[in-house]
Design a protein around this ligand. Structure first.
Ligand code: GTR
Length: 392
C-alpha cells in the first residue's frame, strides 16, 4: 500500500509548515552587537562607528551575503528617450531615460521611467522603485495602473516617482542572471564573495542615483528608495552601500532583507539559497541551517543606513517574511541611531495590525493582508517621507 507513506509524508509536511510559523519554536539566540568591533572595542560615538565599525560591518555583509559592490566603470551616458510635458492629464512631465554604463568593452542599459509633478516647485523629491514584478506595473502611458506603483497618488502628493526593472541589470533566473552587470565585472563570478543578482540590482539603483544627480528637475538629496520583497532586500542593500539615498523603504522583505535570520521563522537561509541560488554570494551557502554562525544579522544591515530614516513593512498573512523578526531588527538597530542622537518612537512590542509608526526615524507597519505592496503601504511611505523630508 502506497497510501501510508503518502499520509506520513503529508503529516510531516503539515508539521514542518506549522513549525515554520510557531513562535514557541523560535530558538534562543544572541544577536551580534553592532557596536562591538571585531577587535573587541566598544563603539561609543559616531566617529568610531563611521571610521571603524561601519566599514567592518559593510565588509561582513559583502563577504558573507550580498557580495562585493564594484564602483568603477569607464563611462556613463544618459539618453532622453521620450519627454511628455503634459502626461497624466497634464499633471506631470513624463521623462524616459536610458542610462548606459560602459566598462571594459561591455555595457549595460537601464530604462528609467520618471514622472515629475507639474504644479510644485522643482527640483522635487522622488520615490524610486526597484521593480521586481511585471514591467506593465510602471506603464508610462498609464493605460495600466497598479497599486504596486500608484504613480498618480504619488504625483498628487507632490513627489516625483520613478522606476527601473531588475531584469535590465540581471535577469531573475539562476541560469541567465549573468547577462547584465556581471558582464561588466566578470571577476565577480569567480569570487566566493562576488556579487550576484541582488548586488547587480542594487548597483543599478546607484546608477539611477548618478542620473538623478545630473537631472535638474529632481532633488537628488531627497530620494526615497523603495522595493518589495526581493526588491526590498535590494533597497536595503543599495541604501547601505550608497549613502546618497536619503530614505530607505523595505516592503515585506523578509529573510535576507529586514527580518532577523536567527529567529529561523518562516523562510530560512537554507531555503532562500536553494530556491534562489543566484541572489546571494557563494559564501552565504555556508550558513544554510547555521544562522547562528553568521557574523551579522539583519538589524546590522538597517544600522548601516543610520542616520537615515528606514521604513519597514509587513503583512499579516505573510508570515513567511516574519513580521515580528522585522520589527525586532528595527528595534535592535536603534542603538546605532542613538549614537547620532536619534531616538526612534517604536514601541517595545510590535504595534497592532495596520497601526503605522511613521513619525519614527525607524518606521514600521504590519498591514492586514497578503504579501504585496498596496495603496495602504504607499500612503504610509508618503506620510513617512513627508515627516522626514520636511524635518531636514
Ligand atoms: C519568495 C521568496 C522571498 C521573497 C519573495 C518575493 O518566493 O521566498 O524571499 O523574495 O519570493 O520576492 O516576492
Amino acid at each position: 500500500m502506497k497510501i501510508i507513506p503518502f499520509i506520513l509524508a503529508l503529516l510531516c509536511c503539515i508539521t514542518a509548515q506549522a513549525q515554520q510559523y510557531d513562535e514557541s519554536k523560535v530558538p534562543a539566540y544572541t544577536l551580534p552587537d553592532p557596536l562591538l568591533t571585531l577587535s573587541g572595542q566598544r563603539v561609543k560615538n559616531v566617529r568610531t562607528w563611521e571610521k571603524v565599525r561601519r566599514p567592518e560591518v559593510l565588509r561582513l555583509f559583502e563577504d558573507n551575503i550580498y557580495g562585493q559592490m564594484p564602483h568603477d566603470f569607464d563611462s556613463i551616458r544618459f539618453t532622453t528617450l521620450r519627454e511628455e510635458p503634459r502626461a497624466m492629464e497634464g499633471k506631470a512631465l513624463l521623462k524616459e531615460t536610458r542610462i548606459s554604463v560602459y566598462r571594459a568593452g561591455q555595457s549595460v542599459s537601464i530604462h528609467l521611467t520618471l514622472f515629475i509633478p507639474n504644479n510644485v516647485p522643482r527640483p522635487v523629491p522622488v520615490f524610486l522603485l526597484i521593480n521586481n514584478r511585471g514591467k506593465n506595473i510602471t506603464d508610462p502611458d498609464r493605460k495600466e495602473k497598479s497599486p504596486f506603483w500608484p504613480a498618480e497618488v504619488v504625483i498628487d502628493s507632490g513627489y516625483a516617482i520613478a522606476a527601473f526593472h531588475v531584469s535590465d541589470l540581471a535577469p531573475d533566473n539562476k541560469d541567465t542572471f549573468v547577462n547584465g552587470v556581471l558582464q561588466l565585472y566578470p571577476g565577480q563570478l569567480q569570487a566566493a564573495n562576488g556579487m550576484k543578482a541582488i548586488g547587480a540590482w542594487a548597483w543599478g539603483a546607484a546608477r539611477v542615483m548618478d542620473y538623478f544627480e545630473k537631472e535638474p528637475l529632481v532633488n537628488a538629496s531627497k530620494v526615497a528608495l523603495t522595493g518589495h520583497s526581493r526588491g526590498g532586500k535590494t533597497s536595503l542593500w543599495a541604501a547601505a552601500q550608497d549613502q546618497r539615498f536619503a530614505i530607505c523603504i523595505t516592503n515585506c522583505s523578509g529573510n535576507s532583507g529586514a527580518a532577523l535570520a536567527r529567529r529561523q521563522f518562516g523562510e530560512r537561509v537554507s531555503r532562500i539559497n536553494t530556491t534562489f541560488p543566484h541572489w546571494f554570494n557563494d559564501n552565504y551557502k555556508k550558513y544554510n541551517d547555521r544562522e547562528n554562525d553568521l557574523p551579522v544579522d539583519q538589524h546590522m544591515l538597517i544600522a548601516l543606513i543610520a542616520p537615515r530614516p528606514v521604513y519597514a513593512t509587513n503583512a499579516t498573512k505573510d508570515l513567511w517574511a516574519d513580521p515580528t523578526g522585522t520589527f525586532l531588527a528595527l528595534k535592535n538597530a536603534e542603538k546605532v541611531y542613538a549614537l547620532y542622537g536619534l531616538k526612534s518612537n517604536l514601541p517595545s512590542t510590535p504595534p497592532a495590525t495596520n497601526a503605522a509608526v511613521a513619525t519614527s526615524i525607524l518606521g514600521y507597519h504590519n498591514r492586514e493582508g497578503e504579501h504585496d505592496m498596496t495603496l495602504f503601504d504607499w500612503t504610509h511611505f508618503i506620510q513617512f517621507a513627508n515627516i522626514h523630508f520636511r524635518k531636514r
